[in-house]
Design a protein around this ligand. Structure first.
Ligand code: SF4
Ligand code: SF4
Length: 373
């Protein structure tokens, strides 16, 4: 057993140094590790032993991505809770967290098993995958998940036991399973209204068999075997799967989506009034990063430090080449004046490039910057 306290000599070891130390030990044949971490990232994967011997980790206080890309010969136990990305892109490892997990637990997992003794955060199980040459990835959660979980799920199995959850609350938060096209989410407890892309079904014999086999191992791993009888009441379970008869509706505009389907009042409604305006891909008006300024120094005496002393020759090249027809020409007090219309201009800078006299300049959009403050 290799024991490592990553807080040595009153100094926290960097993630890189810690990972190198572990890799050195693996190269020397060590297979068991107890790591007292101080928030270092990526502990436990991807590593392999040249003899194929299982690598076992007992980790406390990990940082993000514990068990990320873990391989099939890796077994990890987190002694307590873990932050985001537990088992991200898991490639076969068995990861047990004896507490809660932060956001995106099991995100993009392709193989292996993840066991969570508490809650998992937002977007957990999103993009879980299906590899036809491997066993399905599994994500077992004793309590509940945060919102947006199982988004764009492609394959695998997730099990949400709904234990120790306030029965008034959804055990899947809000808006789970958006865009889910594969896999199965087994759930016990209250769930929110779901997108029509998925449907809820009762368990069949295969589903019950899967749970009957998997639950004892999961509960033993998280020290909750006493809950087996309660969780074996399969009439209290249901499963969420892709809705095979769903026909995608005509694509809506972003504006309509936000008004009809987005969170009422906007996602940051408590700190910022959301006007539900949506901007196109090309910014105009105050949202331009830079704006063209017509700096005509007609009649001005050249100054040493001011190179923009040329005079507009009224050639109209700028107006002709502006892709948005934003430039207009007027005569004021017997002098020609060119202006760019902010509502049409996209800040592309073509006018600056084509002007033979260097009259147009692009400046940072201070109106936009002032919105940051
Ligand atoms: S920055 Fe582009 S869009 Fe704006 S006035 Fe110049 S050429 Fe036209
Ligand atoms: S291209 Fe330059 S010189 Fe020609 S009209 Fe426009 S600003 Fe004046």
């Amino acid at each position: 057993m290799f024991y490592l306290n990553s807080f040595e000599n009153q100094k926290r070891m960097s993630t890189q140094d810690l990972l190198l130390r572990i890799a050195e030990q693996v190269a020397q044949g060590e297979t068991q590790f107890t790591i007292a971490a101080q928030g270092q990232h990526d502990l436990g994967g991807p590593l392999w032993n040249k003899d194929g011997t299982k690598l076992q980790f007992w980790i406390s206080n990990p940082g993000q991505r514990v068990g990320a890309m873990a391989l099939s010969n890796t077994e990890i136990v987190v002694q307590g809770s873990a932050p985001a990305d537990v088992g991200w892109l898991n490639a076969g490892g068995e990861i047990t967290v004896l507490g809660d997990c932060g956001d995106t637990a099991g995100h993009s997992a392709a193989e292996g098993k993840i066991y969570i003794a508490g809650r998992a955060g937002t977007r957990s199980g999103s993009l879980m995958k299906k590899d036809p040459t491997a066993d399905d990835p599994e994500l077992w959660i004793y309590k509940s998940t945060g919102s947006f979980s199982f988004e764009f799920m492609l394959g695998g199995k997730a099990v949400i036991c709904g234990m120790d959850v306030d029965q008034r609350q959804s055990v899947l938060g809000d808006r789970p399973c958006i865009g889910m096209v594969g896999g199965t989410v087994y759930v016990r407890g209250k769930i929110p209204e779901l997108t029509p892309e998925v449907c809820v079904k009762a368990l069949n014999a295969d589903d019950e068999s899967f749970l009957r086999q998997g639950l004892p191992q999961f509960l033993a791993k998280i020290n909750q075997i006493s809950a087996l009888d309660e969780l074996s009441k399969f009439s209290l379970w249901q499963k969420i799967v892709p809705n095979q008869s769903y026909t995608p509706v005509t694509r809506r505009s972003l504006q309509d989506f936000r008004l009809e389907s987005w969170i009422s009042g906007g996602i940051f409604q408590d700190v910022f009034p959301d006007k539900f305006a949506s901007n196109g891909l090309v910014a105009r008006g105050i949202y331009r990063l830079r704006v063209p300024i017509w700096r005509n120094n007609l009649g001005a005496a050249p100054k040493e430090k001011d190179k923009r002393v040329n005079s507009c020759r009224d050639c109209r090249i700028c107006a002709v080449n502006c892709p948005e027809a934003a430039i207009s020409r007027e005569v004021q007090n017997e002098q020609v004046v060119y202006t760019s219309n902010a509502e049409l201009c996209i800040g592309c800078g073509i006018c600056v490039g084509v002007c033979p006299e260097g009259i147009w300049v692009l400046e940072d959009n201070f109106e936009l910057k002032s919105m940051d403050g």
